[in-house]
Write a protein that binds this ligand. Structure first.
Ligand code: BGC
Length: 721
């Protein structure tokens, strides 16, 4: 259809039909829609009629070609104008082939492989009838207590923005041209990753300056890449729930950023205006969200119940509804649904593509690249002639897919013991559980110690079960559960090398793990191929290259702790600092235990002194930074060379360093390569006190190194100074 046909379709619609397009309901509602009899269950609870269902515009969570085709077919029979349904769901890090959780993907710093993973997820989703994925989630987070940090790529604006673009390209590509794509919905707008105390759904209060500087760019990056949809956040932002926040949704998103795609509420978020205490009843909640420009109400029925009344009473213009409907119809049209309402749903293709070897291979490669080696006192890689004890609650555990992997299944998942058995004569692998995740018995412990005492080396597979992170998965104590720490200590007392492998969804306080293990691998939730990927690293078939995309705190009391902090007026390490009256903790360091960008390898690298092409540029000139990186080990490896910048004097305070670029290099033993970066004026801009985005003439520091801490620096100037 062309746009004028879509506009005339809107004209042909009754108000009820229009409102239906603005509602999204979960799959069970459509399964009962053919039965015109008694209304029961969820329909009754939500006060929905059969006519409401027939006019509803989109479905949440349907999956499988058979199911989606059946629902669509029935709907087209029932819907007076034959407007097809949109099928949406959360394909966050894979559909059936589960890739590592996004926080892990963030640690790969591999934008191309991230894009590839999203493309394969889209392919599996598209053949099973999906049209839109509620991803990418790009909420910047400095909050390890918050359970949903695992859904985002971490704490850095620049890195998150890069991943946001990659994910959108992978999922969505060119919707009208490319095969097997789904539309992207970036979420959660805005600043959902900064809840007070790390408690999910909690208050977010931050200056517009901080919001623009750090939190908004990744959403904007997704939109610049053409992302078709935006989802609101559950939190309040500066006193107003995001879902009813006119400034956020109309002024910023629509007027300033010119977003003309579809805006959807998060699940039940329209209703939540009531407990938030900004709407006195359901009708006012509907009015506020419609006025704020939320096109689709997810999983509540206030739009159905009150929109006609609001229009009749003159509180809401019908044109507001028409605009929202048109945006939704345009998306349906872009997806080609008017011509082919079943799109790429196909049971034969499902069999061909889902869990195809290529998908599993990418899942394995990406998982291995996401693993971060935190410590290694010559304990890794393992020698497969040794007897290896594999102990701990994740030794043989399929709970390694992580939250938001509803399409994945245990039977497809490669556990760690299976991955290790692929490498090792099984007589050499001794397995014991040792403890559960949060509880355990003395007998389990003793069995594990006995097993471990027969081995040359011990691998302790520890972590959090997947419900300990994800939505509503906040924790105030971010250490491993006590029972697992005890297991680790006891294993260490056997006097053999102990390697801890961690499966979890947040930066943990790992001090005790570091203390009692000779090597520590952060494996996150690595997905379907997790066991193979971790075994690839353990046995040295893959050299670890992951670098943290979120700082690991020294202890929870430091949180939020992030690398790009400000100096304060009393920095601790200033040459003239006093002993006491400086910004510090009396009992712990200020610094993270493992900083952003950190990660070891089986190789060692040497960085030469960096050189600058000039120490002074005008706004039209470029500066080149060069550094030679040498692999000084016997092992080939991949290194991520990172470039940070500090603006020494600003109109407002500037971070001590900010990531501005990075390059991945692969180096054979003894090989040296020159890594080159270009710096130009546009990279030096920031939000001034009046929120103007520009650079200042003045002095800057540029840093290069393997992480945000161990870096060398040089100074340069911009402009006429
Ligand atoms: C989550 C969203 C998700 C939605 C639909 C909500 O609870 O916050 O991220 O997309 O559910 O499943």
């Amino acid at each position: 259809m062309n746009d004028s046909q879509l506009t005339s379709l809107v004209k042909d619609m009754t108000l009820h039909e229009k409102v239906g397009q603005l509602v999204q309901l979960a799959t069970p509602f459509f399964k009962g829609a053919s039965d015109k009899g008694q209304i029961t269950g969820p329909m009754q609870e939500m006060g929905l009629s059969h006519e409401d269902i027939e006019n509803t515009g989109s479905v949440l969570g349907a999956s499988g070609a058979k199911e989606t085709i059946a629902i669509q077919r029935k709907h087209l029979e029932d819907n007076r104008l034959g407007i097809p349904l949109l099928f949406m769901s959360d394909i966050v890090h894979g559909f059936r082939t589960i890739f590592p959780v996004p926080l892990a993907i963030g640690c790969s710093w591999d934008l191309d492989l991230a894009e590839k993973s999203a493309a394969l997820a889209a392919k599996e989703a598209a053949v099973s009838g999906g049209h839109v994925t509620f991803a990418p989630m790009v909420d910047l987070s400095r909050e390890p207590r918050w359970g949903r940090g695992m859904e985002s790529t971490g704490e850095d604006t620049y890195l998150n923005s890069g991943f946001a673009r990659s994910f959108v390209r992978g999922f969505q590509g060119d919707l009208q041209q490319d095969a097997y794509k789904v539309a992207s919905c970036v979420k959660h707008f805005a600043a959902y990753g900064a809840p007070e105390g790390g408690r999910d759904y909690n208050t977010v209060d931050m200056s517009e300056w901080m919001l623009r500087e750090s939190y908004l760019p990744a959403y904007k990056a997704a939109l610049d890449e053409g992302c078709e949809m935006v989802m609101t956040a559950f939190n309040i932002l500066n006193g107003i729930p995001s879902t009813g926040n006119k400034w956020l949704m109309r002024n910023l998103l629509r007027d300033e950023w010119n977003f003309d795609g579809v805006l959807i509420s998060d699940w039940g978020a329209v209703k939540e205006l009531l407990p938030h205490g900004v709407a006195q009843d359901e009708k006012e909640a509907a009015l506020k969200t419609l006025r704020a420009g939320v096109d689709i109400e997810m999983m509540t029925s206030y739009y159905f119940k009150y929109t006609s009344e609001l229009v009749e009473e003159g509180l809401l213009e019908e044109s507001t509804i028409d605009e929202a409907v048109l945006r939704i119809l345009r998306l349906k049209n872009k997806l080609g649904l008017f011509e082919n309402p079943y799109r790429e749903a196909d049971e034969t293709d499902e069999k061909t593509f889902i869990l195809a070897p290529e998908h599993r291979n990418v899942a394995r490669e990406l998982a291995a690249k996401s693993v971060v080696l935190l410590k290694n006192e010559q304990a890794l890689p393992l020698n497969n002639n040794n007897n290896i004890a594999l102990v701990g609650p994740f030794a043989n555990n399929t709970d390694i897919l992580g939250p938001w992997s509803w399409g994945g299944s245990a039977e497809d998942t490669i556990t760690l013991d299976t991955g290790m058995k692929h490498r090792l004569n099984t007589d050499h692998l001794l397995i014991a559980e040792g403890s559960g995740i949060e509880t355990g018995t003395e007998q389990q412990l003793q069995e594990a110690l006995q097993t471990a005492s027969r081995a040359d080396v011990i691998v302790a597979a520890l972590g959090e079960h997947s419900d300990m992170s994800g939505e509503a998965g906040s924790r105030a104590d971010i250490r491993l559960p006590e029972i697992q720490l005890e297991l680790l200590k006891q294993l260490k007392s056997l006097g053999k090398p102990v390697i801890a492998v961690l499966f979890n969804g947040r930066p943990l306080d790992v001090r005790e793990v570091i203390e009692h293990a000779d090597a520590v691998l952060e494996a996150w939730y690595p997905g379907t191929e997790g066991g193979n990927a971790v075994a690839d690293i353990l046995f040295g078939d893959v050299n670890p290259s992951g670098k943290l995309s979120m700082s690991f705190p020294h202890s929870v009391g430091q949180v939020p702790v992030y690398y790009n902090q400000f100096n304060t007026g009393r920095p601790k390490d200033a040459p003239d600092a006093q002993i006491r009256f400086v910004s510090q903790y009396l009992d712990i360091p200020n610094e993270a235990l493992f900083p952003f960008g950190y990660g070891l390898s089986y190789s060692t690298y040497h960085y030469s002194e960096m050189s600058l092409s000039t120490d002074h540029i005008t706004p039209d000139e470029k500066l080149t930074v060069k550094v030679n990186v040498t692999n000084t080990s016997e092992t080939s490896g991949e290194e991520t060379v990172q470039l940070y910048i500090r603006d020494l004097v600003g109109d407002v305070v500037r971070p001590l360093k900010e990531l501005k670029d990075f390059k991945k290099v692969t180096l054979k033993p003894g090989e040296t390569t020159t890594v080159e970066f270009t710096i130009e004026e546009s990279q030096l801009r920031y939000y001034h006190a009046d929120l103007d985005y520009k650079s200042d003439a003045g002095e800057f520091e540029v840093f290069v190194g393997p992480n945000s801490r161990d870096i060398q620096s040089r100074k340069f100037k911009l402009g006429n100074v």
